[in-house]
Design a protein around this ligand. Sequence first.
Ligand SMILES: C[S@@+](CC[C@H](N)C(=O)[O-])C[C@H]1O[C@@H](n2cnc3c(N)ncnc32)[C@H](O)[C@@H]1O
Length: 446
Amino acid sequence: MSEVENIQTTAAPLVRMAEIEGRGRALVASQPLRAGQIVLRDSPIIVYSALPLKQPPPSQQQQQLHSSNYYYCSNCFKILQPWTTAAASVVSCPAYSASPGLGGGYPHDAHALFCNPNCRSLALASSHSPWVCEALTRLSDCPSLLLHQERQVQARFLIAAYNLAVVSASDFRTLLSLQGDSPAQPEDAALFLHSVISSLCPPPQSSAVFGFSLGLTASLLAKDKLNAFGLMEPFAQDRERSVRAYGIYPNASFFNHDCLPNASRFDYVDAAAERNTDIIVRVIHDVPLGREICLSYFPVNQNYSDRQRRLREDYGFTCECDRCKVEANWSDLEEEEDGDEEAMDEDWDENMANKDIEDACGVTEDNDFPHAYFFLRYMCNRKNCWGTLAPLPPSDSNPSCIMECNVCGSLKNEEEEEAIEGSLEAGVVLENPFSLSLIGLGIRGG
Ligand SMILES: C[S@@+](CC[C@H](N)C(=O)[O-])C[C@H]1O[C@@H](n2cnc3c(N)ncnc32)[C@H](O)[C@@H]1O
């Protein structure tokens, strides 16, 4: 085992890297961890926009995206205030001649806006170099690319990655060290994007040390697919949550997946603080020394077959976690019963609700649903949220009773919820030591 460099700014790292057979590199607890403890704060080596290259004119924005979320700074990725005099500090990339705000709004076709001149200066010296600016301009006028939204976002990643090779060789080496190899036969995306970039905007000569080849393009795309974290738009109950930007995080990339994770990651992109694109990983309950720390690569409410398919197709492995071992059996039964795999999603809540709550809390010994406690305690009960709850960091080793959701951001005070709900539910479940979680998370009744 080797210690992960820079993984903690404190003197004693809380996690270290281990090589685990069948799972590759992993992060394990290097000391006993308390619920809520921050095990990693990580800064991205690349952040790139999740928006298509060619943005629709304002008249169509409403249909395609939530318009208030549409504009953000191309350096720090904080949302830009709607155009008012309060947003007067917003500046565009120098290559774009019009001034933001003219005509009552931001220019919809400016490919880079910055929340202030400082952000612009930082970007011009790094992520928005003259080559990136020129490349994005050319790519956004490429008709064959504009047909594929996903390819446009991949193109943004490739431009950011090839630019990284020029502006920071060491960060580019780190990127190359992450999981993800070029497949023997390059996939369509790599063939297409490499040819478009070669013809329209080949990387500058200064990146020659790493070269520019189809193999490298394919390998970079593979690394992006396995390691990128989505920085999400704020949660809203009435619409699907979208990704604002993707980031590649050099240390967080070593977290393996578990369908019942013991840690969850938080981001605070619109926070006023600096390093707003960092991700912060906290353990959701106590973790013993030596135990692997895992995240879930997607919301924990997904059913067994969807999870397995996604992990196989997107991440190339078969999940054999405790939850999958259990659900493999009841999933088969349910699929036989209704003969419709798709119906599992809708049935999932019902499955949970129908399981005996006493079993869930370990009161009786039934291994049919041993992990129900996880959902009752650590899954957010806000409609359409499906986030994971983790306690706030402990203070002076005292655990916090405030749980924070990593998707909608709500804070739940377990003690207050117990007091309020307890009076409503008196006699029903309060004898159960876990009742406050059951009530607070609203699982009862499905
Ligand atoms: C983001 S990387 C995690 C770090 C990776 N293990 C490494 O060595 O760099 C994702 C990859 O890790 C592996 N992985 C993650 N979770 C796993 C699990 N539960 N079982 C087996 N392999 C896993 C898969 O190869 C997956 O594509």
